[in-house]
Design a protein around this ligand. Sequence first.
Ligand code: CTP
Ligand code: MG
Length: 230
Amino acid sequence: MNYQVIIPAAGSGKRMGAGYNKLFLPLDNRPIIDHTLNIFLKDACCNRIILVIQPNDKILFEEIFKKDHYSKIRIVDGGSERQYSVYNGLKAADNKGIILVHDGARPFIQAETIKQLVRFASDYGAAIAAVPVKDTIKRVNAMEVAETIDRSSLWQIQTPQAFRYSVLKDAHDQAKSEDFLGTDEAALVERMGHPVKIVASDYDNIKLTTPEDLYFAKAILEKRKENSYN
Ligand code: CTP
Ligand code: MG
């Protein structure tokens, strides 16, 4: 089943501390964003990539993907918050079918997870990738434990998040008109009372956020290389 994907890549990577957009940092001699883009460039079911960037980064991005990919990639200007960047992407998308939102900073998403998300979005309207929480989670007030939360029902939410186009557009329009800022797309959809299904993803699908994540990224790449030789 075909889909389009919005890739927000218009951040500044403050927590990574590189002094520039972290998506240009190399991973196995290629920029992080090149890894992420390639997953969707290679997927025949993905018929459009909407890459959301800061105008200042445009030349660097254009160097990364070659001219022959222009037919599949549409470039859009980002906003000051991730949600605004995604909204700009949404306005440039085709207004039908299944649409995914996937962080440029998650280069390890597996094809099988994408496939399942698209299927679930088509069947139920909204589906998001997630993994069960491994640590014990407590609510803390002024450095004192207020509550231990039952871990058995807690999931750590990732991207991709997949939707029927109309579900995501309505959710974004409503959030905009009510000045609501969420940390993911699903939060906007949940607010409308629309159910959101979970697709079990894997722990490799990390978001490269702080410098130590680059060590994990190297380890994941090593593991995948070893597996492909076997
Ligand atoms: N993003 C975006 N527009 C923004 C902010 C973030 O498109 N205004 C994108 C980032 O480029 C990234 C994804 O959203 O691919 C997830 O955001 P995050 O990991 O927080 O990246 P940054 O915002 O760049 O990092 P930081 O918060 O540390 O500054
Ligand atoms: Mg950010």
